[in-house]
Design a protein around this ligand. Structure first.
Ligand SMILES: *Cc1c(COP(=O)(O)O)cnc(C)c1O
Length: 383
């Protein structure tokens, strides 16, 4: 079946007891066993170890990403944490994209290093840098593409080839493009991570995450951590995300078309000194973005003349764009990474990876494109 069919039907069937078209929210801690001999006859025993609403969501995402199994988590960070916990032991080393979600950097440097895991934050957009970063203790290559917030792309097939030749799993954070636009497992990656908080939900209603695995072995390792550490998604969140995911393709198409128009407007504005949107011919990795994914997504960033003060002033003068720390929802959101999402990344590190004081990140939502451009225009004209 095609993606649009799968995003609606994969993982779910009408409820056998009532015919309810929507998978019920199985809000129950435990599941009654028919007898000691038939223990687990339904496949469920206790909701940390498995819940039917969560299972439905996991099956849908596995299908959309083309994986063998998936495990849903309480947040995107819990999903990343599960990948780290499943694969890294004391003394091990992991290579992580140098531009990545701030929380990924924090989890690695502030938590896993305490357990004796070593990290190299490498420019994974450069395959030679990946080759140079791996060593005999490397047990994971974790990339994010396009990366938050500057949209740097990593060549998934290229990194997967390097990792596979060394027997190292390659995990890709696919939050920004979703499987509708980009399917890392088809390009050779072993694991896919999502913050479902973003496009899968799409409505600013939940916080959640998911890990999809290429092999049974990886799938079991991740599911083991999900249960052992209790990093589970709740039935209510799974249900809401199941509903949101039904329109994923339509939102992605519309939001990315709108993002392209917004990017073109920004590129022509005198107060804007740089625009980074993968769909623009001026984007340094436009060719890779076009080859690797079927769309450019709805995230962009730009630089306003005047640094922190100008960026703050713009944040204060826009009316339709919401100042908030989320992305991927139907509401358009504007963020100042330096003071918001990336506040925990030390200045030299953030400047090294291109997160400048005047950088503004936008997540283009589903409002009318003209309204979004009009609002940015009035804000920029005041600078
Ligand atoms: C938001 C985000 C995360 C973390 O997800 P949470 O659901 O907020 O824990 C990880 N990676 C990327 C790319 C994100 O945008």
């Amino acid at each position: 079946m095609g993606f649009r069919t799968d995003q609606i039907h994969a993982g779910v069937t009408p409820d056998p007891s009532s015919g309810a078209i929507l998978t019920p929210i199985h809000q129950s801690t435990t599941f009654v066993q028919p007898s000691v001999d038939d223990y687990m006859a339904t496949g469920y025993s206790y909701s940390r170890s498995g819940n039917p609403t969560v299972t439905a969501f996991e099956a849908r995402v596995a299908k959309l990403e083309g994986g063998i199994g998936s495990a849903a988590f309480s947040s995107g960070m819990a999903a990343t944490n599960a990948v780290f916990m499943a694969l890294l032991n004391t003394g091990d080393h992991a290579v992580v994209s140098d531009v990545a979600y701030g929380g990924t950097y924090r989890l690695a440097t502030k938590v896993f290093t305490r357990f004796g895991v070593h990290f190299t934050f490498a420019d994974t957009s450069d395959l030679d840098a990946v080759r140079a970063a791996v060593n005999e203790r490397t047990r994971l290559v974790f990339t994010e593409t396009p990366a938050n917030p500057n949209l740097k792309y990593t060549d998934i097939a290229g990194v997967s080839e390097i990792a596979t030749s060394l027997g190292i799993p390659h995990a890709v954070d696919n939050t920004f493009l979703t499987p509708y636009f980009q399917r890392p497992l088809e390009l050779g990656a072993d694991l896919v991570v999502h913050s479902t908080t973003k496009y899968f939900d799409g409505h600013n209603a939940t916080v959640g995450g998911v890990v999809v695995s290429r092999t049974e072995e990886l799938s079991e390792a991740v599911a083991f951590v999900q249960n052992a550490a209790g990093l589970i998604m709740s039935p209510m969140v799974a249900w809401l995300t199941l509903q949101g995911s039904k329109t994923l393709s339509e939102r992605m198409d519309r939001q990315s078309a709108s993002a392209m128009a917004v990017a073109e407007f920004l590129e022509g504005h005198p107060k804007v000194t740089a625009v980074s949107y993968p769909g623009l011919a001026s984007f340094p990795q436009h060719e890779l973005a076009t080859k690797q994914a079927s769309g450019y997504g709805a995230m962009g960033c730009f630089e306003v003349e005047g640094g922190v003060e100008a960026a703050k002033s713009l944040m204060g003068s826009v009316r339709l764009w919401t100042l908030a720390e989320n992305l991927g929802s139907v509401e358009s959101i504007i963020t100042h990474p330096v003071t918001m999402t990336h506040a925990d990344v030390e200045k030299p590190e953030r400047l090294r990876v291109g997160i400048t004081d005047g950088m503004v990140r936008i997540s283009v939502g589903l409002e009318d494109t003209e309204d979004l451009i009009g609002d940015l225009a009035q804000g920029l004209d005041r600078l």
